[in-house]
Design a protein around this ligand. Sequence first.
Ligand SMILES: Cc1ncc(COP(=O)(O)O)c(C=O)c1O
Length: 229
Amino acid sequence: MEIASRHNLYVIEDVAEAPGALYKGRQLGGIGHIACFSFFSNKIITTGEGGMIALDDASLKDRIEELRDHGMSKEKRYKHTHLGFNYRMTNMQAAVGLAQLEQLPKILALREQQQRKYESCLNHPEYLSFHPRFAACQPVHWMMTILLKRENIRDALVDYLRTKGIDSRQMIYPVHFARPYQRRYRGGSFPNAERISLNCLHLPSATGLKTEEIEYISACVMAFLRTRV
Ligand SMILES: Cc1ncc(COP(=O)(O)O)c(C=O)c1O
């Protein structure tokens, strides 16, 4: 924030994955000028699609609300003052989201238990590791992501889990693999991003996931890894 204020910049926080998380005791979403939350179907709170912007600036709020509503002036109906979008959330979606917001502390507590369960079942540092933790951060549990110690076996593990009725996902590719960025970053060396991206996978993560399911998934992961090391 200090750098931003020195250079007259806005800070937009991406809180898509982490409603309720803290940094140095402060809620994420309350640190920058604008915060964006995602309510896509795989997020901690979901309305199917869409999201929320949080901010503390009345004139920016008006501008964002106008942009969301076809660029129509808030003062004068049907007068379009910007080139806008149709990014309105329906009332039905909002009701679904608000009901979950009321439950957020309960949802986060449950998800934290799930994370601890996964971490105890998969506590085999010779085979895999979890997200590193930092003293200043109090994260929330969104997705169970594991980094495999042995390289080039991740896709085989995803296939193996599928045979056991478990849907897992490879991690997304690093940004420089995306076609729009390839020209600019071709030849660049980003070994950590590549190692993490190509050797990580996401295990099933959902508020409704049961303890026995976590035990079964973890047992299948370990059964596979023991054959590969
Ligand atoms: C960190 C982060 N930012 C942004 C997004 C995109 O959110 P949305 O799909 O609601 O646009 C995601 C989705 O997974 C995300 O994880």
